[in-house]
Design a protein around this ligand. Structure first.
Ligand SMILES: Nc1nc2c(ncn2[C@@H]2O[C@H](COP(=O)(O)OP(=O)(O)OP(=O)(O)O)[C@@H](O)[C@H]2O)c(=O)[nH]1
Ligand SMILES: C=C(OP(=O)(O)O)C(=O)O
Length: 212
């Protein structure tokens, strides 16, 4: 199965607020860098034919287009409405592809690990990958013709499981599960190794990360 990914990114001034205590004025630059690095790694994945970013932010649009993604404008109603909107657009344009929602905050994403996750997801009508904390979700995938039915936000692992999506239990896909919401998450991602845009922002930070 071939895949199209839908990546949601809200407007930078509102993004990654939980990172603020650790990163101060670098918060928005990091949110942008995470999205660009996530898209870059996703597009380098052998299973992926394209990435559709749902965003109203001009800086995000420019950055992800430079990486090779396409963009669609956001729609009111929050994260799951944005994902449904993107998934509907992707299914309309590429009806023979599977559609997967992928978090935009995976700066350590490795293309080969994403490929393993998507190959495993191909075996199920709907499947999801829990985040590193085991509370949320970083990827929700649906086969062609199957509605994505996203239920992201907070404790979404339990919601996706209850919705009947298959929970992927794969070892050694840490980079696909390593979402970054806090300073501690960013330190953990940096240990895995982050992409070039995030490296650039981290190098530019005058002071080290504050834990939090
Ligand atoms: N397009 C779009 N993306 C959204 C929306 N809400 C959230 N997202 C994205 O979905 C992902 C998870 O969002 P949240 O956890 O709500 O927010 P966050 O920016 O990651 O972090 P916090 O501000 O700390 O909650 C991030 O990639 C967001 O940019 C929305 O209304 N539209
Ligand atoms: C939106 C989610 O993630 P987070 O709140 O961790 O950004 C989620 O895991 O469903």
């Amino acid at each position: 199965m071939r895949w199209r990914l839908v990546v949601p990114v809200k407007a930078l001034p509102r993004a990654k607020t939980r990172l603020a205590p650790a990163t101060g004025e670098h918060r928005t630059g990091l949110a942008l860098a995470f999205a660009a690095d996530t898209v870059r790694a996703a597009l380098a994945c052998a299973e992926v034919d394209g990435v559709l970013v749902v965003t109203d932010d001009a800086l995000v649009s420019a950055a992800v287009r430079a990486e090779g993604a396409e963009t669609v404008p956001d729609t009111p109603g929050g994260l799951n409405r944005a994902l449904e909107h993107g998934a509907t657009a992707a299914a309309g344009r590429w009806p023979r592809s599977g559609v997967a929602a992928l978090s935009a905050d995976l700066p350590a994403l490795r293309s080969a690990e994403l490929a393993r996750v998507l190959r495993e997801a191909s075996r199920h009508p709907r499947a999801f990958l829990p985040d590193a904390a085991g509370i949320g979700t970083t990827l929700l995938a649906a086969a062609p013709g199957i509605p994505l039915a996203p239920a992201f936000g907070g404790p979404s692992r339990a919601r996706h499981r209850a919705s009947g999506a298959y929970e992927l239990a794969l070892a050694d896909v840490d980079s696909v599960r390593r979402d970054v919401d806090t300073g501690d998450d960013l330190a953990a991602a940096a240990e895995l190794g982050v992409g070039p845009r995030t490296v650039g922002v981290l190098r530019g930070m005058a002071v080290g990360l504050r834990r939090g």
